[in-house]
Design a binder for this molecule. Structure first.
Ligand SMILES: Nc1ncnc2c1ncn2[C@@H]1O[C@H](COP(=O)(O)OP(=O)(O)OP(=O)(O)O)[C@@H](O)[C@H]1O
Length: 804
C-alpha cells in the first residue's frame, strides 16, 4: 500500500496530543447549550436551597414519590441537586461548580480553546475545596456553609494539626494560589505598599498646594501648627533621625524679608522625604526575540504546530493498487546466456593477450555487469579500446566498458540481457528505500544494475537536465518522476508547473490542477502549451523566487526547510506576509522547442532560476530530444549538475549531456545514465504507462481540492509594446471600450482591462499594445502602470477621429 502520510519524516518533537473528541457544529451547539442551561439550573437550585432547603430536607428520601411536594424552585430535582452539592458536598462553594459548568458551555458553543477551560476547572475545583475547608470551621453555626465534605476535611485536619495548624495551612494554600495563579511575588506586595504610601503623600501634598501658606514675615502660628501636624502624620521615620522640616520655616520666621516668599509646606516636606526613598527605576530591555519565542511557544502550546496539510486534511494518497503489476517482472537468470557471454569476453580478451584473474557477473533488469580483474601488468586503456571488438564478438548492442569501476578496482563490462525485464513503477514505489526515505523530494527513478531501487532527492540535485533521442523513454521518465512525488508529497507541500509544447504528454495532469499545479493568475489552463506563456511563467517564477528570498531574509532563514520549520513552529507571523512555502517543480518537456522559438527570453530566466532558486524550493526539470550545444548552452549546463541521459544517437550528443560518452551505447526503452557531477550510474527507468497515470490523476482529482490552482505572481510582460505599427483595421473589437476604460480610470494597466472587460491576459496585453500604438498610453514602465496620454473622454473622441 502506498504510504498515506510520510510518517517517517522526522517527527518534529510533537506533543503527545490528548485524544480529542471531535464534535460537529451541531453537536457543539447541543452540548454547549445543554451545559449553559445546566449551569443556570444548578445556580437557581442552589439559590433556592437557602430559602427552601430546610423545608425540603424531610422529603428528600421520598424523592421518587410523585405525591410528595417540594418547595425548591426547581422542584424535586432542584432539591436533590442542591442537597447533593451544598448539603452533602462542598457548601456554598458549590456555586463555583455551576459557574464552571456554565463556562464550559460557553467554551463549547464558541469553539474556544479547551486548554484554558481545563485550567479554569483545575483552579476552580481547588478553590471549592479550599473554601469548603475554611467554611468547615463554622459548621456549628451554619452547617451548610462548608457542606459535609468541607466539615469532614476540616475536622480531619484539625485532628492531626489542630485548629491553628489548619488555619495556617489554609493561609499557605491561599498564598500558593495567589503566587501561581496571579504571579504575585513578595516584591509586588512591597511595591504595592510603597506606591500606596506615595499616593497618599501625593494626595496630601495636592491638598496642601491648594492651601499654600504665604510665608511672609509673619508666618502664622497656625501654619506652623499645620506643618508640624503633617510632619507627625506623614513622616514615618524614627524620631532619632535628623530633625525634619521645621528648619526652613524657622528661618523664614526669624529673618524678615521684604519681598514675600512663598513656601509650600508640603514641598519642603517632600524634599526631605523623597531623598531616602529615591527609587531607581529599573528598565528591563525587552528582548524582542525572546518575547517572540515565548509567544510562539504559547501558540504552539495552545494550537499545536502549524499543519500545512490541514486545509486538505482528509486527502488520501493514491493507493499502490492503481499501479500495474507486470508479468515480466523479476529477473530470470539465464544460466546459458551468462556462461556464453563470459566465455566470449574471456576469449576476446585472450585474443588480444589480455589475461583475466577473475570474473564475476551481476545481473540487472536490462544489462548484466561482468566485473573482471585483469592479470597484473595489463593496461586498462587496452581493454577500454576493445569496446567495439567485444561488442562484435558478443554480437550485442549497448556494450559499455567501465574501466575501472570507481572504488572497486575492477573493470566492468555491461552486456545487455537478451530478455530485459520491465521495472514497474509499482515495484519501486513499494520499495522500502522509497517508502522510508526522508528526502524532501524523493524520486524513485528505477533500478540499478545490481537491482537496487534507485531513489534520488530532487531537492538535492537541485535541478535536472534530461536528454534522449525520441522514443527512448523520456516521457515515461518524466511521468515516473511526477508519480513518485505524487505518491510521497501532500498537495500542500509541492506544486508543479508543467510546460508541454507537445500538448499531449502531460495533459493528464490537468485533473489535479487544483491539488498540485501552479499557474499564472490570468491563465485558463494550468498546463502551459504556448511558448509565449512560458516566458511569462518563467519570469513570474523569478518574481516568486525574489519574493521568497525576501521572506527568507525577513525570517532570517537560509533555506526553505528552515523557513517552513520556523513557520510550523509559529515563529513567523502570517500578518507579515509569511506563509508556508510549498516546493515548486517546473517541468519542461521539450526544451529544444522552447529555445528555438524564444531563445534568450527563455534562457535568461531559466539560468537565473537555476542559479538562485535551490535554496527557496524551486526546482527545474528540463527534458530535451536534442541535446545539442545550442539547446543546452554552457550557462544551462553549468547550472544543471544532475543529468539523466537516455539513449542518444551520437557520441557528440552524449558528450553534450554527460560530458563523456556512454549515452550512445545505451539500449533504449528506459535504459539511462544518471550523474550528479561525478559517477555515472546506469539505471533502468521505472515504467509507468499512461493508463496508470490516468488512474492516479483520477484518484487525486476526485478528492476535495483547493479552490484554485496555486497562483504565481502576476508578471506584466515586456513583449507588449514591441510592435508599434499596428494597423487600425487589425485592432481588437474591444479596442474602443478598452480606451474608454483606460482613459476614465487614467491608469494604463492590462489587469484593469482584464477585470473590467473580462479578458484573458493575452488579449488584454494585445489591446494595451494597440493603445500604445495609437498614442493613448505611454510605453511600458516596468512594474508601474503605463502613463495615460489622453486626459479625458472628449479628448479621446477627438484623438480617435483625427486618426481616421
Ligand atoms: N522504462 C521503460 N521500460 C520499458 N519500456 C519503456 C520504458 N520507457 C519507455 N519505454 C518504451 O519506449 C516507448 C517510448 O517511450 P517515451 O514515450 O517515453 O519516449 P520519449 O523519449 O518520450 O519519446 P518522444 O520524445 O518521442 O516523446 C514507450 O512507449 C515504451 O514502450
Amino acid at each position: 500500500m502506498a504510504k498515506r502520510k510520510p510518517k517517517t519524516k522526522k517527527a518534529p518533537r510533537k506533543k503527545i496530543k490528548m485524544p480529542s473528541l471531535k464534535l460537529s457544529n451541531q453537536q457543539k451547539l447541543v452540548l454547549g447549550s445543554f451545559l449553559i442551561i445546566f449551569g443556570i439550573v444548578l445556580c437557581i437550585a442552589f439559590i433556592s436551597f437557602f430559602f427552601t432547603g430546610e423545608a425540603d430536607q424531610s422529603n428528600l428520601s421520598n424523592f421518587t414519590n410523585r405525591n410528595v411536594a417540594t418547595k425548591n424552585w426547581l422542584s424535586k430535582s432542584g432539591a436533590w441537586l442542591s442537597d447533593l452539592f451544598i448539603q452533602r458536598g462542598f457548601g456554598v462553594a458549590s456555586f463555583i461548580f455551576s459557574g464552571l459548568i456554565f463556562l464550559s458551555g460557553v467554551y463549547v458553543l464558541m469553539n474556544l480553546n479547551t486548554v484554558k477551560l481545563r485550567k479554569h476547572w483545575f483552579w476552580g475545583t481547588l478553590i471549592v475545596i479550599w473554601c469548603s475547608i475554611l467554611l468547615g470551621f463554622f459548621k456549628d453555626k451554619i452547617d451548610i456553609l462548608g457542606g459535609t465534605i468541607g466539615f469532614e476535611l476540616n475536622s480531619f485536619l484539625q485532628d492531626y494539626i489542630g485548629k491553628i495548624g489548619t488555619s495556617l495551612l489554609l493561609v499557605f494554600g491561599l498564598i500558593t494560589y495567589l503566587a501561581i495563579r496571579f504571579k504575585v511575588t513578595f516584591e509586588n506586595i512591597t511595591n504595592l505598599f510603597k506606591s500606596a504610601k506615595k499616593d497618599l503623600k501625593d494626595e496630601f501634598a495636592d491638598a496642601n498646594k491648594d492651601t499654600i501658606i504665604p510665608i511672609d514675615n509673619n508666618l502664622s502660628e497656625e501654619a506652623q501648627a499645620i506643618k508640624d501636624a503633617f510632619e507627625i502624620n506623614l513622616d514615618n521615620k524614627p524620631e532619632s533621625k535628623p530633625e525634619p522640616t521645621p528648619e526652613p520655616v524657622k528661618v523664614v520666621k526669624t529673618e524678615p524679608v521684604s519681598a514675600p516668599l512663598e513656601v509650600n509646606v508640603a514641598e519642603a516636606e517632600e524634599e526631605e522625604d523623597i531623598e531616602p526613598e529615591l527609587e531607581m527605576e529599573v528598565k528591563t530591555v525587552v528582548d524582542e526575540d525572546a518575547e517572540r519565542k515565548n509567544l510562539a511557544n504559547k501558540l504552539v502550546e495552545d494550537f499545536g504546530e502549524f499543519d500545512p496539510t490541514l486545509e486538505l486534511s482528509k486527502y488520501q494518497f493514491p493507493p499502490l493498487d492503481l499501479l500495474k503489476k507486470y508479468n515480466t517482472e523479476g529477473i530470470t537468470i539465464n544460466q546459458e546466456e551468462l556462461e556464453a557471454n563470459k566465455n566470449r569476453i574471456v576469449e576476446t580478451l585472450s585474443n588480444y593477450k589480455i589475461g583475466i584473474a577473475s570474473i564475476k557477473a551481476t545481473i540487472g533488469p536490462t544489462v548484466t555487469l561482468y566485473e573482471i580483474v585483469p592479470e597484473a601488468g595489463v593496461r586498462i586503456s587496452k581493454i577500454k579500446n576493445l569496446e567495439d571488438d567485444i561488442a562484435l564478438s558478443l554480437s550485442a548492442l549497448g556494450i559499455r566498458i567501465i574501466a575501472p569501476i570507481p572504488g572497486k578496482g575492477t573493470i566492468g563490462i555491461e552486456v545487455p540481457n537478451t530478455n530485459s525485464t520491465i521495472v514497474s513503477m509499482r515495484s519501486v514505489i513499494a520499495a522500502k528505500k522509497f517508502q522510508s526515505s526522508e528526502m524532501h523530494l524523493p524520486i524513485a527513478l528505477g533500478k540499478t544494475i545490481s537491482n537496487e531501487t534507485f531513489v534520488v532527492d530532487l531537492a538535492k540535485m537541485p535541478h535536472l537536465l534530461m536528454a534522449g533521442a525520441t522514443g527512448q523513454g523520456k516521457s515515461v521518465g518524466l511521468n515516473a518522476i511526477l508519480t513518485s512525488l505524487l505518491y510521497k508529497k501532500h498537495p500542500a507541500e509541492v506544486k508543479f508547473i508543467l510546460v508541454d509544447p507537445k500538448k499531449v504528454e502531460l495533459t493528464l495532469f490537468n485533473k489535479i490542477e487544483r491539488h498540485y499545479l501552479a499557474k499564472l493568475p490570468d491563465s485558463e489552463e494550468a498546463i502551459i502549451t504556448d511558448n509565449t506563456k512560458v516566458i511569462n511563467t518563467l519570469n513570474s517564477l523569478c518574481i516568486e523566487m525574489d519574493n521568497r528570498y525576501e521572506l527568507l531574509k525577513n525570517a532570517m532563514c537560509r533555506n526553505i526547510v528552515e523557513y517552513n520549520n520556523k513557520f510550523k513552529e509559529r515563529k513567523l507571523n502570517p500578518n507579515d506576509g509569511h506563509q508556508f512555502l510549498p516546493y515548486i517543480v517546473l517541468v519542461v518537456d521539450e526544451f529544444a522547442d522552447l529555445i528555438m522559438t524564444a531563445g534568450k527570453e527563455v534562457e535568461t530566466p531559466i539560468a537565473r532560476l537555476a542559479q538562485l532558486a535551490r535554496a527557496i524550493g524551486i526546482h527545474l526539470i528540463i527534458a530535451t530530444q536534442r541535446p545539442s550545444v545550442n539547446v543546452i548552452t554552457g550557462i544551462i549546463k553549468a547550472n544543471f549538475p544532475a543529468r539523466i541521459a537516455f539513449r542518444v544517437t551520437s557520441k557528440i550528443d552524449s558528450r553534450t549531456i554527460l560530458d563523456g560518452s556512454g549515452a550512445d551505447q545505451l539500449i533504449g526503452r528506459g535504459d539511462l545514465l544518471y550523474t550528479q557531477g561525478n559517477d555515472l550510474i546506469r539505471v533502468q527507468c521505472a515504467f509507468v504507462d499512461t493508463p496508470e497515470v490516468e488512474k492516479i490523476t483520477d484518484y487525486i482529482g476526485s478528492q476535495k481540492a483547493y479552490p484554485e490552482a496555486y497562483l504565481l505572481p502576476e508578471y506584466v510582460g515586456e513583449e507588449s509594446g514591441t510592435s508599434l505599427d499596428i494597423d487600425i483595421a487589425d485592432r481588437d473589437k474591444l479596442f474602443k471600450d478598452a480606451a474608454i476604460v483606460i482613459v476614465t480610470a487614467q491608469q494604463g494597466s492590462a489587469s484593469l482591462l482584464q477585470r473590467k472587460l473580462k479578458l484573458g491576459y493575452n488579449r488584454a496585453g494585445r489591446i494595451i499594445d494597440q493603445l500604445e500604438a495609437a498614442g493613448i498610453v505611454g510605453p511600458f514602465e516596468g512594474s508601474k502602470a503605463r502613463q495615460v496620454l489622453i486626459p479625458d473622454l472628449i479628448a479621446l473622441d477627438q484623438h480617435l477621429e483625427n486618426e481616421i
